[in-house]
Design a protein around this ligand. Sequence first.
Ligand code: GLN
Length: 313
Amino acid sequence: MEGTPKQPKNCSSLLEQLVAEAREAPLGGQVADYIPALAEVAAEHVGIAVVELDGTTHTAGDFDVCFSIQSISKIFGLALAMERAGDSLWERVRMEPSGQAFNSVVQLEWEHGIPRNPFINAGAIVVSDVLTSRYSASKSALIQYIRYLAGTESVHTNHEVWESEKEHGNRNAALAYLMKSFGNIEADVPAVLDHYFFQCSVEMNCLQLAQSLGFLANKGIQPGTEERICDARSAHRINALLSTSGMYDQSGEFAFTVGLPAKSGVGGGIVAVVPDYGVIAAWSPPLNRFGNPTRAVQMVTEFAQRLGLSVYH
Ligand code: GLN
């Protein structure tokens, strides 16, 4: 039941236990294989990190191994675009769950090139257009922003993944050109896609991810530096979108069973925000049929349930 105080004891040993259980569990799916660089990642990796608002950190397993953050990058892009575009962004992308796969094209045609939300690919491509149009060097602005949030200069984009994303990016290109035909992409499509693929190809580890997103658990203020990253309303809105759309077509089930704003990526990562407590980041590459990392989701689920962290209590 809910109601456990959000100050878990023996948090580190719980994480060790969750990693051990995950390593014993079936892989739960296939590693993403749409590009060779992702297909080569060892399916056995399991890592988790929890960073609390007071800086207390708990880690286990491969928490310090970098992986492709893929769609988790959509959070960073969105936070930056919200700051740049203000409320006009919401005329170009909506805030509704899609009920479709993350890379689906059909809905976009019916809905005149306006994506359902910023966490499906079409929505993140609109966000990439905002950044491409409003920054002279949007890729550099984005990576600097992520480094600033993570508190380390060591965050990089994997160029092999970036090139590969471009080479195998026909579906994303289709989404972008379709939106351009409806007038919902301002910049040149190749430049927008280049930015989108660059941000998908950023590599981070669980600890860096949990550290970088603390501001979402803290009403927009980054714990540690106490810098305001966004206003409280923006943090609230990003969390609301994560709750309704961050886990794609499994978002309802995730809200039902876990009850935390969260975002996954096809690199096998997941981050979950626990308001007023901290951030959980977990990684295990094999994906279920929704494109969510089975064992990483399971670890976050267990952690949240055992500590009673659901926001819907
Ligand atoms: N690069 C992937 C794509 O654009 C990202 C999708 C994801 O992580 N769900 O298809």
